[in-house]
Design a protein around this ligand. Sequence first.
Ligand code: AMP
Ligand code: ZN
Length: 492
Amino acid sequence: MKRYKENQLKVYNSLTKTKEDFTTITDGYVGMYVCGPTVYSNAHLGNVRTFMFFDVVYRYLLHLGYKVRYVRNITDAGHLENDADDGEDRIAQKARLEKIEPMEVVQRYTVDFHDVLKNYNFLPPSIEPTATGHILEQIEMIKEIMGKGLGYEVNGSVYFDVLEYNKKENYGILSGRKVEDLIHNTRALDGQSDKKNPQDFALWKKADKRHIMRWSSPWSDGFPGWHLECSVMSTKYLGESFDIHGGGMDLKFPHHECEIAQSKTCSGVTPVNYWMHTNMLLLNSQKMAKSTGNFILPNEILSGENKMLPKPFSASVVRFFNMQANYRSILDFSGDALEASEKGHAKLMEAVNFLDKIAPGKTSTFDVQKWKSACYSAMNDDFNTPILIAHLFEGVKVINLIKEKKASLNSADLETFKVIINEFVFDVLGLMNENLQDNSSKINGVVELLIKLRKEARENKDWALSDQIRDELIALGIQLKDGKEGTTFLIN
Ligand code: AMP
Ligand code: ZN
């Protein structure tokens, strides 16, 4: 269904700092690139916030009927200790410390990342390319940039000439930084002495002897600069110009600014139409970050194994907590906040689980069409999930009034109402109905109890009762099987 035809989506574009009507380059198709994780450690809950928001963007675009190619990369080389051009490669450093192969580090944390995504009900992206899988393309892009006179080689390393680029283009177009100011902000760090200007950034770095992750190139045995992979992989899979590029706000500079400079140099066209940036998840009023040790892991939430947590929480509650905040606002994480979200989530799910029990009334006491369009308007307004949730709770109120026989919906309205609640709660927000899962474990418990009572009846030679239990369970689609190990059951 091409719902996008009747829903004018607006997107806040970090490039223009305004909410703009969303128009795609090709009608009906969206190309979206989101910077993926650097797999040198476990993804923390802050990373999850960013990826979860883009999961909801992806889900809503699909819901609107777009065909979406969603590319989210895995950074498995090139990201140095600090985000500038110096220090050790994060993955190589971890490999050295743990005395394992860099690719073992990559494998371990990629598997962990996928595990988190599965637990938290993420849709997989269309393509998940890796930096190390695109070294040849990165070398080609460096040659192209050098061919345009904007890359220069010094001692086996290649740098991007920011000042030269800035003569015709605007380096700072995304972050608002001025090239002149960058001189003062750039520390004279190791390795930067090779650069013509301190603002320049590395496209290729010559590897020193201890650097284990290295590839041969026309300039040296070395490795690509961190920013290059995203320019290369976005162009390769989405074209020179594509619709949406996303990431956390902390990637605006230097990472995304450098991506624009590289891509624009090669193609001559604006690479991205809409830049979207998520705000940070805070813990103890500070950015949640691996480097400072101020973080919680997503799987610790599920097990409750972190002293900052009062108890375990479900993945769906964490999703709900994230979606209660606008993605462009900072969000403070705490056990108390999660407990509050848990209550709201339970209320929502309780109402959702009552939907099937509602019988249509003769008339409607609630304007379902108006409410439906309010739900869409919230999401069309730059994916405003907290406002959507507020509207879903208006729906919860209606369900509770129907329960008390103080409201009713006619059959057409009831049908629309059920569809909209289910679509927004499960398809768009990606929440999970844990109550249903709970119910299935409760059903298992009840059947086990009946098996025990049947066994006792047989021991007492009460064949009538034992047969009655078996037959009535069969009538409900539950089959008992007597074996050497006892009785098992099958629910059809
Ligand atoms: P990294 O693995 O460090 O490259 O980060 C992966 C993604 O998580 C990037 O888009 C970051 O901007 C984002 N990110 C990192 N820390 C946070 C945080 N505390 N809150 C929200 N997003 C974050
Ligand atoms: Zn990137």
